[in-house]
Design a protein around this ligand. Structure first.
Ligand SMILES: [Zn+2]
Length: 347
């Protein structure tokens, strides 16, 4: 959609404390603070939808290379945004999606940090060789807890609850095998205005998983997986594995990061599979540790872990962008996939 978004002045909003400096705990991820009743799960520190919009508009005003568009509206009428850095149609293009599941918010926090950093001079040189698209907070109604079902059992404290499903209680990451016309509004907007209209060469779908997944007895900071639908050809899977390899080598090199292989399904209704199948786009699922809110205590993670999880998102976006821009993604070593342990939810 080429229409320029409506400029809205949002007054009285708080400053973006949650998008500020990132601090990394010295301890490894497995030793990080967890919920289990020892720490409150607090949602008021998370960026609200209104703050996301204000942040994006502020960045658009500051950054010449950034074009912000609205691709559609949520069930409750919230505009869904895409941040576009389109330097040259001949460049390869990567699309990053966050918060198909509304209760998986730190991916969006990391994506906003990424967009801010794309405004720096150093990033501008990289952006000359790659097009970058970011759809942050796809499920804005779920992220704001503005839904038509009960939130009674959600355990977080704070100004709002966050839900996996959209306002109609539909899981947006199970919409991907439908006719586009039959999809929920948020998924439909993504397909009609982005996937159908733009040439996309790589896609990373960012999520959060439960807080207690292990490989070899150690808690993971996240897990990754390429498309696994049986109708996807080997070449496409190999390209997807390369995307995963860039992520794995980046995070594995950090002292606090530990990546497992996600134990995911083959269904075409899942974004990782469905988008690869429909469009031939290499895709990667990245699941960060721990959710922002849930009905199940073992799914959520205390906010002291927010720093490294935001950083994990930021690094993932930065390093995949760079590897596509300089072509190094083509020669990355994918052999780690052969030995990468599938995570389990017991040590
Ligand atoms: Zn998810």
């Amino acid at each position: 959609m080429k229409q320029k978004m409506l400029k809205v002045t949002l007054t009285g909003l708080l400053a973006f404390g949650t998008i500020g400096a990132i601090s990394i705990p010295l301890s490894a991820v497995g030793n990080g603070p967890t919920y289990k009743g020892n720490e409150s799960i607090q949602t008021s520190i998370l960026t609200t939808y209104e703050e996301v919009v204000d942040f994006l508009q502020t960045q658009e005003a500051k950054q010449d290379a950034l074009e912000l568009d609205v691709i559609g509206q949520t069930v409750k009428g919230r505009d869904i945004y895409i941040a576009k850095y389109l330097s040259d149609p001949a460049n390869p293009t990567i699309l990053y999606i966050t918060q198909q599941h509304g209760n998986e918010q730190l991916t969006t926090e990391g994506a906003l940090q990424f967009i801010k950093q794309l405004g720096t001079k150093k990033s501008q040189e990289i952006l000359a060789d790659v097009n970058v698209l970011v759809v942050p907070m796809l499920n804005a109604d779920g992220a704001m807890g503005d839904v038509d079902f009960s939130l009674d059992d959600y355990i977080a404290s704070g100004d709002r609850h966050l839900t996996r499903a959209n306002a109609n209680n539909v899981d947006l990451n199970r919409e991907h095998d439908k006719e586009i016309a039959d999809m929920e509004p948020e998924a439909k907007a993504l397909y009609e205005e982005v996937l159908e209209k733009m040439q996309i060469d790589y896609l990373i779908d960012l999520h959060h998983q439960g807080a207690y997944n292990y490989v070899d007895g150690n808690l993971v900071s996240g897990s990754i997986l390429y498309p696994t639908n049986p109708n996807i050809d080997e070449g496409l899977i190999e390209q997807s594995k390369k995307l995963g390899a860039v992520v794995y080598h980046t995070i594995d090199a950090k002292g606090w990061g530990l990546i497992g292989k996600y134990n995911g399904g083959t269904g075409a209704n899942i974004g990782r599979n469905g988008i690869a199948l429909r469009y031939g786009i290499p895709t990667l699922l990245f699941e960060m540790r721990g959710m922002s809110d849930h009905t199940n205590p073992s799914a959520v993670l205390g906010q002291k872990s927010n720093g490294y999880l935001r950083k994990q998102t930021l690094l993932t976006l930065e390093e995949t962008m760079k590897a596509i821009a300089d072509g190094s993604i083509e020669t990355v070593d994918t052999s780690f996939w052969d030995t990468l342990s599938t995570q389990t939810n017991r040590p």
